[in-house]
Design a binder for this molecule. Structure first.
Ligand SMILES: [Mg+2]
Length: 358
């Protein structure tokens, strides 16, 4: 069994701003669009805990945040600065384990199986890493520990803010069971709505679902939903992230909410990624979509497709589905990216079309 940690920075953009503006630390601090006296159309990207206590949260319209607290500190998104802080954090995380996979600007999975003997030691290891990030960089984070990526993520969410939380494999089902389905990692708003309409309100109910009906409603993703609801998740870490993936991204000339335009772009990028994978002679196991919104907030969503593939359709269909499931409605998209990872040198023409649900 593996021991997987998820390191996730707390209120990252706002924490970075607090670091260079300690004078704002006790004040409500909102990073995002310029509120323009409450008339602006943008959203809150991140805010600190003082602002959260006032009811402000990320993705909230900036005009609403302004109404809640006119004299809050409103700062624009300074992506290059957050990226430089992110690479400092990631370097430090890497020094704790090279089995490391960055999944967004402020999150990384780390496999510490060969660094510790058991979960209790993993908790101590996580605390040491957390302290190191706090002392050397000055930023708070939370760390979740479990035996899969899914449960490490769930543990991390439960430990926020500023916490270390362990969920052992045998406790996964009990932990997940009472949660509403939308709290399960990987389930977006649309999927949650569909599940609820099918009568699945809690993760526990979903865990007892008929897999055939899940697969007929959601395709391969249905099988993944079932495994997730039962606390079973992938424990693979894609090491050397940059090297072992092939990705392309493109910025729109003007920010857009037009699904047709975005989907066309995803398909065209998928095509380029496919050509590159073919050129390098690799098949892939994971498809990732990166969505950067107009306020520079960025979402990465990945799907492990369950087998090595070398087909264009697997890239474009999964990428479009990930976009449809996870994109924030009505948020203008600035940039879109598609990536394949979990790469393997191609071995002949092995194709797995006979996928069966568990
Ligand atoms: Mg975070």
């Amino acid at each position: 069994m593996k021991i997987i940690m998820l390191v996730d920075m707390d209120y990252f953009f706002a924490a970075c701003e607090e670091l260079r503006h300690p004078e704002y630390r006790e004040m409500p601090l909102v990073v995002g669009a310029d509120p323009k006296g409450g008339t602006a159309r943008g959203v809150v990207s991140t805010c600190n805990y003082v602002a959260r206590k006032l009811g402000i949260h990320s993705a909230m319209p900036i005009s609403m945040a302004y109404r809640l607290k006119k004299d809050a500190i409103f700062l624009p998104v300074d992506y290059p600065y957050y990226e430089s802080m992110s690479s400092k954090v990631m370097e430090l995380v890497k020094s704790f384990s090279k089995r490391f996979e960055q999944v967004s600007i402020d999150e990384a999975f780390v496999d510490v199986t060969d660094k510790v003997d058991n979960f209790e030691q993993a908790v101590e290891y996580a605390k040491a890493l957390k302290e190191d990030i706090k002392n050397k960089i000055g930023l708070p984070c939370s760390i979740g520990i479990s035996s899969s990526r899914l449960m490490a993520k769930m543990a991390c969410e439960a430990g926020k803010p500023d916490g270390v939380r362990l969920i052992k494999g045998e406790d996964a089902a009990r932990f997940l069971s009472p949660l509403p389905v939308e709290k399960l990692y990987g389930i977006g708003k649309k999927t949650a709505e569909k599940l609820e309409s099918m009568g699945f309100k809690t993760v526990g109910q979903l865990a007892k679902a008929n897999t055939v009906s899940l697969v007929s409603n959601f395709g391969v993703f249905g099988a993944e939903l079932y495994r997730s609801a039962n606390g079973q998740g992938d424990d693979g870490i894609i090491e050397n992230y940059e090297i072992k993936s092939i990705g392309r991204e493109r910025t729109f000339e003007s920010d857009t909410t037009d699904r047709g335009r975005i989907v066309a772009q995803i398909k065209s990028i998928a095509d380029e990624v496919y050509e590159e994978a073919k050129k390098q002679g690799v098949s892939f196991k994971t498809v990732t979509v990166k969505i950067r919104y107009h306020d520079f907030s960025e979402h990465l969503r990945s799907r492990n497709i369950g087998h090595y593939s070398e087909e264009l359709a697997e890239i474009s269909e999964n990428a479009v589905q990930l976009f449809d499931m996870h994109a924030e409605k009505d948020e203008r998209v600035r940039k879109i990216g598609v990536r394949v990872s979990g790469l393997e040198k191609r071995k002949g023409q092995k194709k797995m079309k006979d996928f069966t649900a568990p």
